[in-house]
Design a protein around this ligand. Structure first.
Ligand code: PGA
Length: 250
């Protein structure tokens, strides 16, 4: 079943105290009887506390990244098993900042996806074109290749644990949002290529989130598009009022 989802990617923001404060505000402000899923992704050092804090609330907790190996000599890295051990069952993979600044390739991401799925975690898989790709008319090709190389090795049954997040790089943190029409056009394209590869059920069931400068002012219009199933929110996820408004805009 396709789900409506709003996820907040806190990136490298909020220390321990600020994390607790923001979580308390969200617990107060977000109604408990919503159909849409609400997910927050604090930094690694605050994940354990966040998972404890949110345990008896409907708000779910995700990691922003993880390593593909089960363990070993990988200084500074975090494994799927470690995330599981603190109650984290969702991981964001392939964010454009990971791809750009930490050189994460499609092949590496495919390995990370496999490890996460082996641990029965859910993956929020991010992808999206750069501005130069769009200017060159290559945005559909770029997105298709990112999906093919990162995810299309999976069996159809694995897709129940995949959430897609289309995030055009030119719209992330820039204040420039894709228009609702641009988002819908790409989301429809994404669902079509999944349909071609996996059939109608997988295509109709997968949630495709839009990410890139979603704010309280533009969320409702973007979310109203038939193939947009929610959002991955960066900047606006750091303020409880804004994030709550976006959650309620769906
Ligand atoms: P933004 O970030 O909402 O600040 O543009 C979105 C994201 O990077 O997931």
């Amino acid at each position: 079943m396709r789900q409506k989802i709003v996820a907040g990617n806190w990136k490298m923001h909020k220390n321990a105290e600020e994390t607790e404060d923001l979580l308390n505000e969200l617990i107060d402000k977000i109604p408990t009887d919503l159909d849409q899923r609400v997910i927050v992704a604090p930094t690694f050092v605050n994940l354990s506390a966040a998972a404890d804090h949110l345990e008896f609330t409907p708000i779910e907790v995700a990691a922003q990244n993880m390593h593909q190996a089960e363990g070993g000599a990988f200084t500074g890295e975090i494994s799927a098993g470690m995330l599981e051990s603190v109650g984290v069952r969702i991981v964001i993979l392939g964010h454009s900042e990971r791809r750009a600044y930490f050189h994460e390739t499609d092949a590496l991401l495919a390995a990370k996806v496999d490890t996460a799925l082996k641990h029965e975690m859910e993956v929020i898989f991010c992808f999206g074109e750069e501005l130069k790709d769009r200017h060159a008319g290559q945005h559909f090709n770029v997105v298709e290749n990112q999906l093919k190389d990162g995810l299309f090795h999976l069996e159809a049954s694995a897709w129940k644990n995949i959430i897609l997040a289309y995030e055009p790089v030119w719209a992330i943190g820039t204040g420039e949002t894709a228009s609702p029409e641009q988002a819908q056009e790409m989301h429809e394209f994404i669902r079509d290529i999944i349909r071609k590869n996996y059939g109608n059920t997988v295509a109709e069931d997968v949630s495709i989130l839009y990410g890139g400068s979603v704010k309280p002012e533009n969320a409702a219009e973007i979310f109203s598009k038939p193939d947009v199933d929610g959002g991955l929110i960066g900047g606006a996820a750091l303020k409880s009022d804004d994030f709550t408004k976006i959650v309620l805009a769906i």
